[in-house]
Design a protein around this ligand. Structure first.
Ligand code: ADP
Length: 565
């Protein structure tokens, strides 16, 4: 960069007829001299003689150029001519050491060309001083001069942009590497610890103080926070909302929130810790500010460049995302744990209550039977029969609840014996035929030998519940068709009826516990809403699946598919 700009400055001197050409770039709102051509020695503000090296690297606030010099100058195209005496600023820190006695050029005259990029941002300035002939460039020479100035300006913009890009790429590399380290760890605190060394080195930091808000980590809990830590915590949410980072330094101050008190707190800290400045970077995701990073720099370190601030902001965002993800994961894991505990509690409670109910129900049943068989009074008999029906329903419910609780017991192994479904289902059909006949329903059974692996008793419960339902929800004259067959490497049990059917809405939740259909005809039948939940649990335990097809009013088909043995 320096070389091409040096050449450009030299061309300007030689072809423009000036004793000195100085090219400066704007970096972080400071005008910094980067190329000097023509003279070897200059006069400084105090009139002392200084070498070129003294002028190179000098910086002054860009606001002086922008607000105090350019608005008062005469415009000659790109060039701005500022005759002496127009402003209070008479010196920009250097001047060609020459005697202008008798010439039109005054030592305090300035000829400047501000340099803007395509977006109109001020990127630098080209200054010419000490015309060789002691004259102001006459109008006819100005277009050529402007041509050389425009060339130098293009070189300057390219050089500045390239420099920024290189710095940005370097910093992005730093950030990416830090993030790679951070992403390897499961907890936000560890992520920050992993990311820290890379950031400290890449950004040239004296230290990095990271805080994750709302963590139970004692190092960041509110009571233990230093006043400074508390200040960072207070300021960060506002910065996050505004999508800013703040520079709080001895000289550099940018977007720094807070008032005089806060500034004093930071300044005291900087002095005590021998630091130049702190760059406060909020970490967050979406609307939420989740933490803060305080990058600190030692006394004498360079100010925070625009690129550094931009990349630091990206780091805050990336780490914020990481924190949010890891917090979400933790929340989810906690929730799963709690749900599991709740589930265990529920199962144990249901099992305990069901168990306790068994004895009193048995006692009600046996006593009812005794009274029913010995009492001749019709009213008493009717009452006792109703009591008996109720107790039987209760007994059925308790049996189903106990079965469900047992099926859900974690770690309860499934018997892995080969089971031929054909005899199992045949036996169930035989048992159900009596009830079916009473209801005027015929059972048509076509079963072939089909072997699966599992628990024969549980599979009999599946067949019993499905066939029982088919009979229960059929009308007199309907036929229930039961079949068992081998289908590829699976075994299929199908129970098809011509009964009341199930609406689509009911179908979607049938397999949940205590889910009964909403059809009034279905509800008029006794039931607990546990039968299909049991079917579903058993089939899944056996590595199979169950599906249902139905058209309301015309019947239903339940199909169980199990892996073949
Ligand atoms: P329930 O004890 O109520 O029969 P299930 O879990 O066995 O409980 O069935 C849940 C609901 O599914 C029933 O209440 C009924 O509405 C519906 N259902 C189940 N099987 C059939 C079927 N074959 N025909 C029509 N409706 C059925």
């Amino acid at each position: 960069m320096a070389e091409s700009l040096q050449l450009a400055a030299e061309s300007l001197c030689a072809f423009g007829g000036f004793g000195a050409a100085v090219i400066s770039a704007v970096r972080d709102d400071q005008v910094v001299t980067i190329a000097v051509a023509g003279a070897d020695r200059f006069l400084d503000a105090g009139g002392g003689s200084v070498e070129v090296g003294h002028v190179l690297g000098r910086s002054s606030p860009a606001s002086v150029l922008r607000d105090q010099l350019l608005p008062h100058a005469d415009r000659w195209g790109l060039l701005h001519y500022l005759p002496h005496g127009r402003t209070d600023v008479t010196h920009v820190g250097w001047r060609v050491d020459r005697d202008y006695t008798g010439s039109a050029w005054h030592p305090d005259d300035m000829l400047l060309a501000p340099v803007h990029d395509d977006r109109g941002t001020l990127r630098g300035v080209i200054s010419l001083d000490g015309p060789v002939d002691g004259q102001l460039p006459p109008p006819e020479r100005r277009p050529l001069l402007e041509h050389y100035v425009a060339q130098a300006a293009r070189i300057l913009v390219t050089a500045v942009e390239r420099e920024e890009l290189a710095e940005r790429l370097r910093l992005l590399d730093v950030a990416r590497e830090a993030m790679r380290q951070a992403a390897r760890t499961p907890s936000p605190q560890e992520a920050l610890t992993e990311a820290t060394p890379g950031l400290v080195e890449g950004f040239g930091l004296a230290g990095l103080h990271a805080t994750v808000f709302g963590t139970p980590d004692p190092a960041s809990s509110d009571e233990l926070l230093t006043p400074l830590g508390r200040l960072y915590r207070e300021l960060s949410p506002g910065l996050w909302r505004a999508q800013h980072v703040a520079v709080m330094g001895r000289t550099q101050q940018l977007d720094a929130p807070g008032g005089a008190e806060e500034r004093t707190l930071v300044r005291d800290f900087l002095e005590r810790a021998d630091l130049e400045s702190v760059l406060l970077v909020p970490m967050g995701a979406g609307q939420a500010c989740l933490g803060s990073l305080a990058f600190s720099r030692a006394v004498g370190a360079p100010p925070w460049s625009r690129e550094e601030r931009r990349v630091a902001q990206d780091v805050g965002r990336d780490l914020g995302r990481l924190i949010a993800d890891s917090e979400a994961l933790h929340r989810e894991q906690r929730l799963v744990r709690e749900l599991r505990e709740l589930d265990t509690y529920k199962r144990e409670l249901v099992a305990a209550i069901s168990h306790e109910l068994r004895t009193p129900i048995a006692s009600i049943l046996s006593n009812a039977e005794l009274i029913g068989s010995t009492d001749d009074d019709d009213d008493v008999r009717r009452g006792v029969a109703a009591m008996e029906r109720g107790a039987r329903r209760m007994s059925g419910l308790v049996t189903e609840l106990l079965l469900l609780a047992r099926l859900d017991e974690p770690g309860r192994e499934l018997a892995a014996t080969p089971v031929d479904l054909e005899p199992v289902v045949r036996e169930v059909v035989d048992l159900q035929r009596g009830v079916a006949t009473l209801r005027g329903v015929e059972i048509d059974s076509r079963c072939e030998s089909a072997r699966t692996v599992g628990d024969a008793l549980e599979l009999a419960t599946v067949a019993g519940n499905l066939i029982g339902n088919a009979v229960k929800y059929s009308r007199p004259g309907d036929v229930v068709r039961v079949s068992v067959r081998r289908a590829d490497d699976e075994v299929e049990l199908a129970v098809v009826d011509e009964g009341i059917g199930i609406t689509e809405q009911d179908r979607s939740r049938l397999f949940g516990e205590f889910q009964r259909g909403t059809d009034p005809e279905a509800l008029s039948q006794p039931g607990t809403g546990l039968g299909l939940a049991i079917v579903d649990r058993i089939v899944r335990r056996h590595g199979g699946r169950v599906d249902v097809a139905s058209s309301p009013g015309a019947g239903s088909r339940f199909r169980v598919l199990l892996p073949g043995a």
